[in-house]
Design a protein around this ligand. Structure first.
Ligand SMILES: Nc1ncnc2c1ncn2[C@@H]1O[C@H](COP(=O)(O)OP(=O)(O)OP(=O)(O)O)[C@@H](O)[C@H]1O
Length: 618
């Protein structure tokens, strides 16, 4: 056993003791009892033969009764051990390991790990496998008991003839195991393909992706890819198991030779009158048990090894999560923002890839509504992810009212932030929860929920639901009500409106799925809310949008290009400077003029937008 597996075994034994002392002792006694019962069967069998030879009726009845009792004890013991051991493993695994693994993973403030294959591979190996881990540790005890049983068999064999101890030597090659590292290595090597296979199968069976796949006709190809991934993963693991089996085969042959020799030797002792027929039966029975113990320990060993192979990924994940969790050193988060957010020479690149952001130095003043604009892929979302602390900058610093973001407790920072992301999630729960997740404590506060829904222009969605806030959303569950893309987006937006005292509000293309009137209504409300929150808490509201008609409402507009801020100022100043922003604004304005009926446009030429500044009408 590796030191990591040993540590895990100790942990499982301690947890078993804490979970249920009586059951822990019970399982240990049962394991011990089986070992003794096995020896008792052999000894009683010997006595049966002696009684027959000596015509002792009473002794025959007693010894037969002992054989029957020992056999029964062994079988019942085996059954009870499996049941009780399984129950302990379930309680430790499902109730302790699994929630611990999941909450450690979900509790990390950043999201960098969710895009790291070495993290995802290990997570996929251990998630939901707490029971297997705990059971494997108990399997170690069974292996020890089986070894004890083998030693006891050898001692009893030695009582017949010390030469029979040599059978122990013949057993050694069979007990030698293939390297456990290979099997756990194979599991790690196959983890990526296993994840790919699960992903492709999920993609082909989900309604959202299923529609597209049917239209493109990619179903067969995706399933074939999933199948290849499965074949590769299985082949790697099968090779490792075959290698282990092939390595153990010569050992088993050596033992069989020793087994035969022991029987011939004992038969010779009986024939020459030095031992009785009963001794021969005892030797045959003990040698048989030894062989059964070796075979059993081989099966147990493989099962235990498969479970213990998870010890390394579990230890890795625990260490990773512990390393990422910020603790006591966390600086105090200000109650309200006075200065705002400051970025100084901030740079960032995903993983080991090229830099996608920076250097960026900018002040986002407290109370301001800031708009981020720029072409697709220029780094707008990445910048807001950094402000949320999802990723640490690779260079430079982000400060929250002068306090470095890296020194803040990320959970506390997130508790004072809200966000509506462009890739929002569709929670298939009730509307109450789908919105209430934005501030869990207010899930039962109908007034707060309805205000948030109104803020997101979602009152119409709420009204059409037959069961109001308690309507089940989505089609995954019975009586669920499916929503349109725009309606789902309103729900996501309402979720982001739940917190009442945020210091940072991020709206990352929150209206991409909305029609122009809804978009306009949402932005009007958010502009007003940004002012209210700004006055009350110094909140910085950041809006990422490609629609310049809404961007113009912001106090500060940051124009991004290739990961840098190339222009900044308010709408008038940027139009005045006649740079990139002014060019893009005029282009979009022109496009709307060409696309829409003049009668439907507001006086600045954008659908439903606020009146344009004079400079916008050039
Ligand atoms: N998780 C990721 N891992 C690796 N690269 C990423 C990741 N997310 C984004 N990128 C890359 O970073 C760059 C900036 O992406 P980002 O999403 O910040 O752009 P954006 O300006 O928000 O684009 P859009 O307007 O299309 O939403 C892109 O080149 C993108 O390919």
């Amino acid at each position: 056993m590796t030191s990591v597996a040993r540590a895990l075994w100790r942990e499982v034994m301690i947890r078993s003791w804490q979970v249920d002392r009586r059951m822990t002792v019970g399982v240990a006694l049962l394991v011990l009892g089986q070992m003794i019962a096995a020896a008792a069967i052999s000894l009683a069998l010997r006595q049966v033969i002696s009684s027959v030879v000596e015509h002792s009726r009473t002794m025959l009845l007693v010894s037969v009764a002992v054989v029957a009792a020992a056999v029964a004890m062994r079988w019942i013991g085996m059954y009870a051990t499996v049941m009780l051991r399984g129950d302990l493993a379930d309680r430790i695994g499902y109730q302790q390991f699994d929630p611990e693994i999941q909450s450690a993973a979900a509790g990390l403030g950043g999201v960098e790990h969710l895009e790291r294959p070495e993290y995802l591979d290990r997570l996929s190996l251990v998630v939901g496998k707490g029971q297997v881990l705990a059971d494997a540790c108990w399997g170690v005890n069974s292996t020890v008991a089986i070894t004890g049983q083998a030693v006891l068999s050898l001692v009893l064999l030695a009582l017949v003839s010390p030469w029979l101890l040599l059978l122990g030597l013949f057993a050694l090659p069979a007990v030698r195991r293939g390297s456990p590292g290979r099997i756990s290595g194979a599991a790690m090597a196959a983890a990526g393909d296993n994840r790919l296979e699960r992903h492709l199968h999920a993609v082909t069976t989900r309604a959202s992706s299923g529609r597209e796949i049917r239209v493109t006709g990619a179903q067969e190809s995706l399933l074939a890819k999933a199948d290849s991934a499965w074949q590769r993963a299985t082949a790697v693991q099968l090779r490792a198991r075959w290698a282990a089996a092939v390595r153990s085969a010569p050992g088993s042959l050596v033992f069989l030779v020793g087994f035969g020799a022991a029987l011939v030797f004992t038969a010779h002792l009986v024939a020459t009158g030095r031992r009785t027929v009963a001794d021969f039966v005892l030797v045959a029975s003990l040698a048989g048990q030894l062989q059964a113990s070796i075979a059993q320990s081989g099966r147990d060993y493989r099962q235990t090894q498969a479970g213990l192979a998870l010890a390394e990924p579990l230890a890795w994940l625990r260490e990773y999560c512990a390393g990422q969790t910020r603790t006591a050193a966390a600086a105090q988060l200000p109650e309200r923002l006075v200065h705002g957010l400051t970025l100084t020479d901030v740079e960032f690149g995903y993983g080991s890839g090229a830099g996608v952001l920076g250097p960026i130095s900018v002040e986002l003043p407290a109370g301001a509504m800031v708009a981020l604009v720029g072409t697709h892929g220029c780094g707008k979302t990445t910048l807001v992810k950094l402000l949320h602390g999802f990723y640490p900058p690779s260079a430079g610093e982000i400060r929250v009212d002068g306090v470095p973001l890296r020194d803040l407790d990320l959970r506390a920072w997130h508790a004072r932030s809200t966000a509506a992301f462009q890739d929002f999630h569709r929670y298939q729960v009730t509307l109450r929860h789908a919105v209430g997740f934005g501030d869990l404590e207010a899930c039962d506060d109908d007034a707060r929920l309805l205000t948030a829904i109104e803020q997101a222009d979602g009152t119409g969605v709420y009204r059409m639901l037959s069961n109001g806030l308690d309507t089940q959303l989505g089609t995954l569950f019975e009586a669920g009500r499916e929503l349109s893309e725009g309606q789902w987006q309103k729900v996501a937006l309402a979720r982001a409106c739940m917190r009442t005292d945020p210091l940072l509000v991020v709206l990352d293309e929150p209206t991409a799925s909305l029609d122009p009137p809804s978009e306009h209504a949402v932005f009007q409300r958010h502009a007003a809310l940004a002012r209210e929150l700004g006055a009350a808490h110094g909140t910085v509201t950041i809006v990422v949008s490609h629609r310049f008609s809404t961007v113009r409402m912001a106090d500060l507009i940051l124009v991004m290009e290739d990961g840098r801020i190339v222009e900044q100022g308010d709408h008038s100043a940027l139009m005045e400077s006649d740079g990139r922003y002014a060019r893009l604004y005029r282009m979009q304005e022109q496009a709307y003029r060409l696309d829409d009926e003049p009668s439907k446009l507001s006086d600045d030429g954008f659908p439903g937008a606020a009146p344009a500044a004079p400079s916008a009408r050039r």
